[in-house]
Design a protein around this ligand. Structure first.
Ligand code: PXG
Length: 291
């Protein structure tokens, strides 16, 4: 694997950053997780848009134009002969002193890793996931806004550990008011009647790219789609539930905190959205090897 760091490609064992990089010392930086399907980078523009929004929120100037970041991601995929894969794009604050002041950092570093994706086992998609609500609540907007895809993922990691300790792969994270925010690395949707509902960004959800695609697919299929506050009660009494994320795509949820959701099997609407999503990933995206 060849890894891109600040204009050069390095072999895996030689791809290194300084221990004085504030990305490591303080989690001061941002990232994106992106996928390639069938020789195209899916929703690349949207991921880079979100990267620039995260950068703006933390006052980090990415030392590259938007178009050039897109080209760098595509070039790294090409260099690694990727047709289907996972891309991790990271921008760190850069090398500075041991103090936390970001002004001591000379220049942000841009890293692109293009490799294989680790997928959930197929059984999870066929049977559906069991998830649980965990004690760790989602970060407050007024503290560290959950819309920022920062390198500081401890909030999510703690929730993930709590889910794992409870024998589950994913966790429902509530916000400080007790409304559903999202999962540790996925957004959450329910189906109630003919309405698709997902928590609003103000509830503490990341502006998920897959979430956005699913909202559009639902509307295009003539469904009513709402971004409204959900409680655990709403989840328990949903007809269907599924999670969305670049890595997981759409994954059905069949049990939450011991309550069976709907029929206890992946529902028909979830299945149809999964098919639509797969179809879209096959035909759209930024071409890696030319049109
Ligand atoms: N919420 C959070 C907190 C995320 O980090 C999503 C939702 C889904 O967003 P997208 O844009 O992917 O539809 C994410 C992103 C992993 C991993 O290795 C997953 C994410 C981020 C970092 C790592 O599973 N998902």
């Amino acid at each position: 694997m060849k890894i891109y760091i600040d204009g050069k490609y390095y072999e895996e064992g030689k791809a290194k950053i300084s221990v004085f990089d504030h990305g490591l010392l303080y989690g001061d930086g941002i990232f994106e997780g992106i996928r390639a399907y069938n020789g195209r980078v899916f929703k690349l523009r949207e991921h880079i848009d979100r990267l620039f929004c995260s950068a703006k929120a933390i006052l980090l100037t990415i030392p590259m134009e938007h178009a050039e970041v897109m080209q760098t991601v595509v070039a790294t995929c090409r260099r690694n002969k990727i047709r289907d894969g996972y891309i991790r794009l990271v921008v760190t604050r850069g090398v500075g002193t041991l103090g936390l002041n970001p002004n001591t950092c000379k220049r942000p570093s841009i890293i692109v890793i293009a490799g294989k994706i680790q997928l959930y086992p197929p059984e999870y998609y066929q049977r559906g996931l069991e998830i649980i609500t965990v004690p760790t609540v989602r970060n407050l907007h007024s503290a560290l806004n959950p819309a920022i895809k920062s390198l500081n993922y401890l909030n999510n990691i703690l929730a993930k550990i709590e889910a794992n300790n409870g024998g589950c792969e994913e966790a429902v994270m509530l916000n400080s008011e007790g409304f559903v925010a999202e999962c540790t690395g996925d957004n959450l949707f329910i189906l109630k009647g003919d309405q698709l509902i997902t928590p609003p960004l103000t509830a503490g959800a990341l502006y998920g790219i897959t979430r956005g695609v699913v909202i559009e697919m639902g509307k295009a299929a003539g469904m009513s789609v709402a971004e409204s506050n959900l409680t655990r009660y709403d989840l328990f009494n949903a007809d269907e539930c599924f999670l969305t994320g670049t890595g997981a795509e759409l994954i059905p949820v069949v049990k939450i905190d011991g309550r069976v959701i709907g029929s206890g099997n992946p529902g028909p609407v979830t299945k149809s959205l999964v098919q639509k999503y797969h179809a879209l990933t096959k035909i759209s995206g930024e071409p890696i090897y030319g049109p």
